[in-house]
Design a protein around this ligand. Structure first.
Ligand code: NAI
Length: 468
């Protein structure tokens, strides 16, 4: 669309994963699109989420590999971590992707309007930017304003000792010790990075296990692996007080629900992310919110005709790839296509810690709730039997959950690099494949994919490298 044209087919508020994917697909379908963004194209995922944290995790892997090099017969000396160097590396990755995305959006003829947008009419967004105010209208409006770190009343974030993940990403030093509040995805990933960089790490998690939504076996394996790496997990524990101290080098003192005290250089608060929906005019224009999240139907439609919502503001998994998919889904509906609804259970989940935890579909517990205790069969294949995993020296497993005489309904993976296996797992889940359907498929040797192949074989009743 031309810059002066303030009426479009699709007006999108927020250019994160959900918003920009919607914009790209809508433009591809020949619709005119405006994308409103107060910060940078790419949103949380690109700038303070998925991409920079995975860069940190890769640097962490290199630190570990260097430290352990000699045990592989390679002579290398680990001299520590240059935090500024790690940040520069992560920034380089982000800026290359940002440049690519900016070019892509431009090449599709999408108008990007910089500034803070507010819903001022049911189909109208007013944007206050550096160059003044502009009002845009859209035949369709897509709300995609994302999320921010959840805070805990009484715990004040100061950005240097008490941190959110945004601060932790920009930390210009490696802390000697860290307390991580929240054993969810962010907590486990940062715990993993910091430990690889030499930090003493304690995770405090209110629920009885790390990564509570994962299969219990995955949580137990991660906790065990973390323990071996020297990461302490205090599960079933919450924090009752936090004070910062200027004495002894200045750190944080955290009081726990069992009346013990922990001290560390920094405290990372990673207790979830809340939707960014306040003060944006949503409710005023008739959009229904529930505890801050936008209420939508299966088609991502809000209760207001022609107003849609995607990504982290919609209840469910707060994952970039879910946002992408919802954005595309909405664009295709607006474009008059009839896309397949998104199966939330089929959305793959990966925690990129060392070891990685990945899953798709139902946990064993959820499957038993759905099909009954006798209606579910599981199979666990230990990575000890997988050549590639032995080469990598990783421990872990593939766990399959199937409906008895029915398809595979859940796949759970623990081990280094197993996040890369989730693609195959999700196809099996998504196609509702029976173990017998996939057992004949040949897996390359030696790969970690073979572990999945072995598990399918075993579940189909013809185990190869397992004791039956
Ligand atoms: P989360 O919901 O994954 O985990 C938060 C954890 O904090 C939960 O286990 C919860 O029980 C615990 N908790 C809450 N209040 C607590 C308290 N007062 N004391 C102790 N523990 C408490 O949220 P997280 O890790 O902050 O991540 C936010 C979102 O970002 C998630 O939806 C996550 O999926 C997404 N994300 C995804 C990544 C990935 O896909 N690899 C990476 C990082 C974030």
């Amino acid at each position: 669309m031309a810059d002066g044209d303030n009426e479009v087919d699709v007006l999108i508020l927020g250019a994160g994963s959900g918003g920009y994917a919607c914009a790209l697909r809508a433009a591809q379908l020949g619709l005119s699109v405006a994308l409103v963004e107060q910060s940078k194209l790419g949103g949380t995922c690109l700038h303070v989420g998925c991409i920079p944290t995975k860069a940190l995790l890769h640097a962490a892997e290199i630190a570990d590999a260097t430290r352990e090099a000699e045990s592989f017969g390679v002579l290398a000396k680990y001299d520590g971590v240059d935090a500024a160097g790690v940040l520069a590396y992560a920034d380089g990755v982000v800026s290359r992707l940002f440049k690519g995305l900016t070019g892509l959006v431009k090449s599709r003829g999408i108008r990007v309007v910089e500034g803070r947008g507010t819903l001022t009419g049911s189909h109208e967004v007013t944007v206050e930017g550096a160059d003044g105010t502009v009002t845009l209208t859209g035949r369709n409006v897509v709300l995609a304003t994302g999320s921010t770190p959840r805070l805990i009343p009484g715990i004040e974030i100061d950005g240097t000792r008490v941190l959110t993940s945004d601060d932790a990403l920009r930390l210009d030093r490696v802390p000697r010790s860290a307390i991580v509040l929240g054993g969810g995805v962010i907590g486990c990933e940062f715990a993993s990075v910091w430990r690889s960089f030499g930090t003493e790490v304690t995770i405090v998690e209110a629920l009885p296990r790390l990564l509570p939504p994962e299969d219990a076996a995955s949580s137990a394996a991660l906790e065990r692996a973390f323990r071996k790496r020297g990461i302490t997990s205090r599960t079933g524990t919450s924090v009752t007080g936090v004070t910062t101290s200027d004495e002894d080098g200045g750190g944080v003192v955290v009081t726990l629900s069992d009346d013990t005290e922990l001290r560390a250089d920094v405290l990372l608060v990673a207790v979830g992310r809340g939707p960014r929906t306040e003060g944006l005019g949503y409710e005023e224009q008739g959009v229904t919110l529930d505890r801050g999240f936008v209420t939508v139907d299966d088609h991502c439609r809000t209760g207001v005709d022609g107003v849609w919502a995607v990504g982290d503001i919609v209840p469910g998994l707060q994952l970039a790839h879910r946002g992408f998919q919802q954005g595309i889904y909405v664009a295709e509906q607006i474009g008059g296509l009839d896309p397949r609804p998104i199966d939330e259970r089929g959305i793959p989940r990966v925690t990129y810690s060392r070891p990685e935890v990945a899953s798709v579909g139902l946990t064993e517990e959820q499957a038993k709730e759905q099909y009954g205790d006798d209606g579910v069969a599981t199979l666990t294949y230990d990575l000890a039997g997988n050549g590639r995993s032995q080469i990598l020296r990783t421990q872990g497993f593939v766990k399959l959950v199937r409906e008895v005489d029915g398809p595979v309904v859940g796949v759970h993976l623990v081990g280094e690099r197993v996040g890369e296996l989730i693609g195959e797992a999700q196809l099996v889940y998504g196609w509702e494949a029976h173990p017998d359907d996939v057992a004949p498929l040949v897996h390359a040797h030696p790969t970690q994919h073979e572990a999945l192949g072995e598990a399918f074989l075993a579940l189909a009743g013809k185990p190869l490298h397992t004791h039956s």
